[in-house]
Write a protein that binds this ligand. Sequence first.
Ligand SMILES: C[S@@+](CC[C@H](N)C(=O)[O-])C[C@H]1O[C@@H](n2cnc3c(N)ncnc32)[C@H](O)[C@@H]1O
Length: 296
Amino acid sequence: MKTSHTFGGDWTEQKLERLQKYLKAYTTIFTKNKRAQKLIPIYVDAFAGTGYRTKPLQLTESLSLFEEFTEPEVENFLKGSAWLALEVKPSFQKYIFIEQNTAHVKELQKLQTIFSGKQDNIQIIQSDANNWLQDWCRDTDWKTHRAVVFLDPYGMQVEWKLIEALAKTKAIDLWLLFPIGVAVNRLLTKGGKPPLVWEQTLTRVFGTEDWRDNFYSEKTETTLFGDNDVTVKEADFAKIGEFFVNRLKTVFSEVAENPLPLRNSQNTILYLLCFAAGNPTGAKTAVRIAQHILKP
Ligand SMILES: C[S@@+](CC[C@H](N)C(=O)[O-])C[C@H]1O[C@@H](n2cnc3c(N)ncnc32)[C@H](O)[C@@H]1O
């Protein structure tokens, strides 16, 4: 493996562990259920990365005494979401990995050799996930297919239009990393509404302009020099999270009420791991399982 793909921290392990647990539960139920057996289950990883991630190896005290003997480029190798999904048993019948970055796509292609038994079931797409998936949602026959889609962006790349398209199929379970701390809360500026470009980004992610009234209020402040009208930020992490879960509920059959906050080593919230189920028949069971998995 030559390409380094370094991202995340312990929270990444938490995220992937939960995703893998759900995938196992999903394919197990799918295999046992007579009606489901007639359907084709697909796993879609829409921000697939390389299939693995690397993190610099921490030198222990004794090792660091002999630093000249250690390889500076030594890295710790950890399996990524695509790799873990391929390990899930029972297997999905099809795997779709979407990735924009050419070097990452090359690494993903190695999974077809590593999992040679599943080679013909793995489709790797180099594309923007938003565009490709919306077309795929429209063109797939949802009478015969079901899917779990994992959206794992670094930031605010997931557009509401995509979430709507996934929900509209009524056949997809969605796991989504919502970038509450790394992006959304930062765009919601204090001391006045965000600049226009940021407002447009927030509207693209929430699919509505209602965030303005939910996250800001107009107040009159009395100062020594008279009254001042000011815009006050009311949004905190709890409000933003609740607003997003409610947005998901407008399009999905059922949504997990307890998205998991993923925190860095300083205990700062970076993302919310969210779950929503689209198929009205299975949604209640799916959400019950996901809510259990999402418990801290
Ligand atoms: C956080 S990483 C994914 C990590 C991966 N899920 C794992 O567990 O190994 C996000 C990936 O999304 C890719 N990416 C960013 N924007 C994209 C887009 N619009 N469409 C598809 N892939 C994109 C990046 O190149 C990066 O590899």
